[in-house]
Design a protein around this ligand. Structure first.
Ligand code: ZN
Length: 167
């Protein structure tokens, strides 16, 4: 396994639309293992392949307190979305920035697992938020895109300044 570099907002590569995975093979399983290692090391609760500059539909998530419940979604599709709830979100690609985002409260998602088998999952609360956030990445969308233009401009300036200071 190896740790991957995470792209930071407002890098244009975060706006790439990911392609479906054609075959769940050893290459994809290695990508999943590397993404999981990268997510745990960060540390974060979710990571989309887009964030490590791989533009295929792969997501890893672990919202458990014990960091022992890795969930993998390949070619995820939201089949059903109900209700709405507001959570404070952050993102490994937008370090230090948190804001309140409205999303569906409950979702039903289908995806492939690392064996290439289809599964369906009902999710609510933090897991539902996290799945929606990560699927957005695969569509080339970052959570700050939901904020006002003024807030987005402030975040861009802050992160550019941060980038200069750490270089
Ligand atoms: Zn994110």
């Amino acid at each position: 396994m190896s740790r991957l570099n995470i792209i930071n907002y407002p890098d244009r590569r975060l706006y790439t639309i990911a392609k479906p995975v054609a075959e769940v093979d050893a290459r994809i399983r290695k990508l999943v293992a590397d993404m999981a290692e990268t997510m745990y090391a960060a540390p974060g609760i979710g990571l989309a392949a887009t964030q490590v500059d791989v533009h295929e539909q792969v997501i890893v998530i672990d919202t458990s307190e014990t960091r022992s419940d890795l969930r993998v979604f390949i070619n995820p599709q939201i089949l059903k979305a109900e209700g709405s709830s507001v959570h404070e979100e952050g993102c490994l690609s937008v370090p230090g920035i948190y804001d309140r985002i409205t999303r569906a409260e409950r979702i039903t998602v289908s995806a492939l697992n690392t064996e290439g088998e289809t599964f369906t999952l009902d999710a609510d609360d933090l897991l539902a938020v996290c799945i929606q956030h990560e699927i957005d990445h695969l569509k080339g969308k970052v959570f700050v895109d939901y904020l006002s233009p003024l807030k987005q401009a402030r975040i861009k300036n802050k992160l550019k300044k941060h980038l200069r200071e750490t270089m």
